[in-house]
Design a protein around this ligand. Structure first.
Ligand code: ASP
Ligand code: MG
Length: 432
């Protein structure tokens, strides 16, 4: 008998009809002879609505905190209980569990807690008693304080993968409102193509660079444990995308066909609208300047993405340092730097959050030097100005004006022959 962990995202359980559809699917999976553990997100845009409510009620951004986590975890409690009732109404047996009941133990960082331990004893017992165990995603408990925590937006994927790893599941299925991992976001590029497989290395780059189909930490986690991820739609019966573990030996594949003979050159184009760009102008060009700037930002817990330093030829002995970061941290970064202006000796700080990041990802890039020319040529042809560039072994990223981002994604997608014949189906969700 196999153990299957199935995770359903918010758009799959947006209303009673959606919950019924998901419940039937779960029951069918059990009837086919599997043990089933389910992880569920909050219904539809509930998490965003709860955030809006908190903001409105407090006249401010309430910030990640104990109370905010308590509030947000309520969303998943609603969906887990209603889904369990619905499964029961179909004649199967289900039990719902909160994150802490499911043994999801985290550190104490509210808003982005990390798992420190997973004890799925109660879930195992429930399954052993022929129940379908339904677990609230995205949440855990700090053992020291007993406080409820959340794993960060999109964290239900990580709950599912962590449970699957701890229970030695055969596969972790992530259900959403599209048929799998696409060569670009089908909401922006309707001709995007579904990938049958993607390597976990590529999936990490895609998720880290804005692809929202999987929570980055869930990909890291699955990769570490050699767990097979299957990303698919809860609205169709189609096969989705298999995220291949790095070592095929780790991979409990039923079907050799799942492993492609050769890796495609490019797996896709990811984009990210959530970043901002900070430029520290006129930093003294002496040893230790960068260490001071990044030391202060590090002390303030600011996470950086791209970093560029260039030497302006028109001003002697000074340099500009530019970096990108999450918009949510932009205010803090500017404040920290401004507070230390005299000490750092720079001229001014510039802030721009009207930027977008575009990333081309493909494992085949390693062996193909022609890729970057084609990439930049596609951007030139589309009239896209490039503000920053960074690369890894299997990725090229650029920062562009936010207004040009969608066009840039389409141009690069087409230049690399990623367009499919038909249009990708987006079954649900508001894309919020
Ligand atoms: N409900 C949470 C969110 O919207 C967690 C999740 O859906 O994975 O971020
Ligand atoms: Mg999600």
């Amino acid at each position: 008998m196999s153990l299957i962990v199935q995770k359903f995202g918010g758009s799959s359980v947006a209303d009673a009809d959606g919950i019924k559809r998901v419940a039937r699917r779960i029951v069918d999976t059990q009837k086919a002879g599997n043990d089933v553990v389910v992880v569920v997100s909050a219904m539809g845009d509930t998490t965003d609505e709860l955030l809006d409510l908190a903001e409105e009620a407090t006249n401010a951004v309430p910030g990640p905190s104990r109370e905010l986590d308590m509030l947000l975890t309520a969303g998943e409690r609603i969906s887990m209980a209603v889904l369990a009732m619905t499964v029961n109404s179909l004649g199967a047996k289900a039990q719902s569990f909160t994150g802490s009941q499911a043994g999801m133990i985290t550190d104490g960082v509210h808003g982005s807690a990390r798992l420190v331990e997973v004890n799925p004893d109660r879930i195992q017992k429930s399954v052993d008693e022929d129940h379908i165990a339904i677990v609230a995603g995205f949440q855990g408990m700090n053992r020291q304080t007993g406080d409820i925590t959340t794993l960060g937006r999109g964290g239900s994927d990580t709950t599912a993968v962590a449970l699957a790893a701890a229970m030695d599941a055969d596969v972790c299925e992530i259900y959403s409102d599209v048929d799998g991992v696409f060569t670009a976001d089908p909401r922006i590029v309707p001709s995007a193509r579904k990938l049958d497989t993607v390597t976990s290395e590529e999936m990490l780059e895609l998720a880290a660079n804005g692809a929202k189909i999987l929570h980055l930490r869930s990909v890291e986690y699955a990769r570490r444990f050699g767990l097979k991820l299957h990303v698919r739609s809860s609205f169709s019966q189609l096969d989705g995308t298999i995220v291949l573990p790095d070592n095929p030996e780790d991979f409990k594949f039923e079907n050799l066909k799942e492993i492609p003979l050769e890796q495609p050159l490019i797996s896709g184009v990811a984009h990210d609208r959530s970043q901002a760009k900070v430029t520290v102008v006129g930093v003294p060009d002496v040893p230790g300047s960068a260490a001071k700037v990044f030391g202060l930002l590090n002390e303030a817990d600011v996470n950086l993405d791209m970093i560029v330093q260039n030497v302006p030829t028109d001003r002697p002995n000074v340099t500009d340092i530019t970096f990108t970061l999450d918009q949510a941290q932009g205010g803090k970064a500017v404040e920290v730097l401004t507070n230390h202006k005299a000490e750092l000796g720079f001229a001014e700080v510039q802030y721009n959050d009207s930027i977008g990041k575009l990333s081309l990802v493909g494992a085949g890039m390693k062996a193909n030097p022609g890729i970057s020319f084609k990439f930049f040529d596609a951007l030139r042809e589309a009239g896209v100005n490039i503000e920053m560039i960074s690369t890894s072994e299997i990725r090229i990223s650029v920062i562009t004006d936010i207004e040009k981002l969608d066009e840039a994604v389409q141009a690069v997608h087409t230049a690399f022959d990623l367009d499919a014949e038909g249009e990708a189906t987006v079954y649900g969700g508001t894309g919020r």
